[in-house]
Design a protein around this ligand. Structure first.
Ligand SMILES: [Zn+2]
Length: 164
């Protein structure tokens, strides 16, 4: 079970056939983008068995949770906003998740009350398979499944190939 504590380089035993082909292709793209930047792309992806997120792969990249949905959409559930032209695809954004999280945290820390009112993103970079994060102050802890699903769509993306 994913607990958000997987370190980079830690490998998990998983059959490639367990994930969908869209997930496998997306992870390859993500790894290519991260390696192109000279960083370590090894993530211990784990498939969620939680009813809320069954079949979604969860991993932690540089301390920030990434999710890969069965249709190949890669998401940074904690980050509420990333758009073209700087972030044309969810893969580019995912490879930048550390910087995206740092920027959001700076803005949220400067205005914590406003941050709590926002419907997207989270107040902690690690989001568990129940779609709740590790900050007790985050509004996700008082939300139902529908709102949590929307909140998990980093950048409000639905298209696996293009940021909105
Ligand atoms: Zn949260």
């Amino acid at each position: 079970m994913y607990n958000g504590r997987l370190s980079q380089g830690q490998t998990q035993t998983r059959e490639i056939g367990e994930m969908t082909s869209q997930q496998a292709v997306r992870i390859k793209e993500f790894e290519g983008e991260v390696r192109r930047r000279g960083e370590n792309a090894e993530i211990g992806w784990e498939e969620s068995s939680n009813a809320e997120t069954r079949g979604v792969l969860f991993g932690a990249f540089a301390g920030v949770t990434l999710m890969v949905y069965p249709n190949g959409l890669i998401s940074i559930p904690a980050v509420r906003s990333y758009h073209p032209p700087k972030y044309p695809t969810p893969v580019i954004a995912a490879a930048s998740s550390k910087q995206l999280w740092a920027g959001q945290k700076r803005r949220d820390d400067a205005n914590p009350e406003k941050a709590k009112e926002r419907r997207g993103g989270h107040l902690h970079p690690i989001v568990d398979t129940n779609l709740k994060c590790r900050s007790a102050d985050c509004p996700c802890h008082n939300q139902g499944p529908g709102d949590l699903q929307k909140r998990a769509r980093g950048g409000r993306n639905t298209n696996p190939n293009r940021c909105s």
